[in-house]
Design a binder for this molecule. Structure first.
Ligand SMILES: Cc1cc2nc3c(=O)[nH]c(=O)nc-3n(C[C@H](O)[C@H](O)[C@H](O)COP(=O)(O)OP(=O)(O)OC[C@H]3O[C@@H](n4cnc5c(N)ncnc54)[C@H](O)[C@@H]3O)c2cc1C
Length: 378
């Protein structure tokens, strides 16, 4: 592996591959993508039954690329001939795109630590050390399951991201902690298998008034919930307990014990399933390179660059700009060209302007987030 690069991207998931394609298309070539597994590593680790909640449709050419495309002239719906993609499907799409654009990806190369070396960054990996002028975190969230907000969860909880298949979960009575996308998805999958599922949550996206699917439960999950649970088309059952915050999990003589915020104790038979979300991987991997807001989100400038480490950028679902949440592919892909454009300007590269205009036309370039509020008139 070459010991020095202008730009290092960490992670070859949706964001790393998408940004790599954007660099290549716009004329930036001196970069490498470091990936701890294979391309699309997170997606290959999704539970086998999980499907995309955003639909895939070949709407390219009308200023509306496939919602799950990470590159402007691609469409997983066309490539795979499918609509609701599994994690394995999507990893295949990412690999095909990486091959098509001949992206410089160094697989099975884990980034262990990062040090600032004057104006550059020294990246220590399992395959040696690389020096870079620009560092872009595309490590996502899936490798960083959040187990710290409940005492005992690290020992007595199985996180959604650790489930290989719901068919492998043993025991009739199952307990889920959390109330959003992954919790409802897990509850439905388990109820389909005839389990009796209890869901404990402080609040649920089911009740949210907001129109933004980053806050409200997606229409796909809501529809599944109504079809399968409300209309009782599953052999099992789901009981949803809202306004219930679980603070602690402990082992008991016959199973496990959940302690709520009011001090109530709930006895359960099997290891609870944690649908408590994921952390921002960049913050976990390199906390000293980012300043944080009170709510834990990292502070970024208008180019998604760290406010305390020059030339360090974040791309992917943890990006927050003004109040906009970029947690879906169709959202965060619109920031790839913003990063590319900014780096090109700093380095004095001439970008392919025609291509950049095309990106804007196809809604792949969003540099002003002030109009992104999701409102629906009815
Ligand atoms: C169950 C589930 C369903 C979802 N459904 C949808 C959906 O329908 N639509 C949608 O738009 N989004 C969906 N999302 C969100 C979407 O998957 C993420 O936003 C997307 O994967 C983020 O892309 P990323 O490249 O930032 O992260 P990832 O795809 O997680 O890629 C990060 C990469 O970084 C690598 N990495 C991590 N640490 C290191 C390290 N130290 N060194 C080297 N490499 C490292 C990982 O191996 C991984 O390949 C879903 C997420 C989940 C968990």
């Amino acid at each position: 592996m070459k010991a020095e690069r202008e730009i290092v991207i960490i992670g070859a998931g949706a964001a790393g591959v998408g940004l790599g394609v954007t660099f290549t298309e716009l004329g930036i070539t001196d970069f490498v993508i470091l990936e701890k597994g294979a391309v699309g590593n997170s997606f290959t680790h999704w539970p086998q039954e999980t499907r995309f909640i955003t639909p895939s449709f070949t709407s390219n050419g009308f200023g509306m690329s496939d919602l799950n495309a990470i590159a402007v002239d691609t469409a997983p719906s066309y490539t795979l001939g499918k609509e609701r993609l599994s994690g394995i499907d999507y990893a295949e799409y990412l690999q095909l795109v990486s091959d098509e654009y001949q992206l410089p990806i160094e697989g099975h190369c884990t980034v262990k630590s990062i040090k600032k070396d004057q104006k550059k960054y020294l990246i220590e990996t399992t395959k040696g050390t690389i020096l870079a002028n620009y560092l872009i975190f595309a490590v996502g969230e899936f490798s960083f399951p959040n187990k710290t907000n409940i005492e005992g969860a690290d020992r007595f909880g199985l996180h959604y991201g650790e489930v290989d298949s719901w068919r492998k979960i043993e025991g009739r009575h199952q307990t889920i902690i959390g109330g959003n996308e992954s919790a409802i998805d897990a509850a439905l999958e388990l109820a389909k298998l005839g389990k009796e599922v209890s869901v404990y949550t402080k609040s649920s996206g089911l009740d949210a008034k907001e129109a933004d699917p980053s806050i409200r439960l997606s229409p796909h999950t809501r529809q599944k919930f109504v079809d399968l649970h409300v209309n009782q088309q599953v052999p099992g059952s789901i009981k949803l307990y809202t306004s219930m915050e679980i603070r602690k999990i402990s082992r008991s003589a016959v199973g496990y014990q959940l302690i709520t915020d009011t001090g109530a104790s709930i006895a359960i038979d099997n290891l609870p399933i944690l649908c408590t979300g994921f952390d921002n991987g960049a913050k976990v991997l390199a906390s000293s390179l980012f300043a944080c807001k009170e709510n834990g989100e990292v502070r970024l400038n208008q180019f998604d660059e760290s406010t305390i480490a020059e030339n360090v950028f974040l791309t992917g679902p943890s990006v927050r700009n003004q109040s906009v949440i970029f947690c879906y592919v169709y959202k965060f892909r619109q920031r790839f060209a913003v990063i590319a454009n900014e780096i090109a300007q700093r380095q004095g590269y001439a970008l392919d302007q025609k291509k950049l205009d095309y990106y804007k036309q196809q809604s792949f370039y969003l540099d002003d987030c002030s109009d992104c509020e999701v409102t629906c008139a009815c």
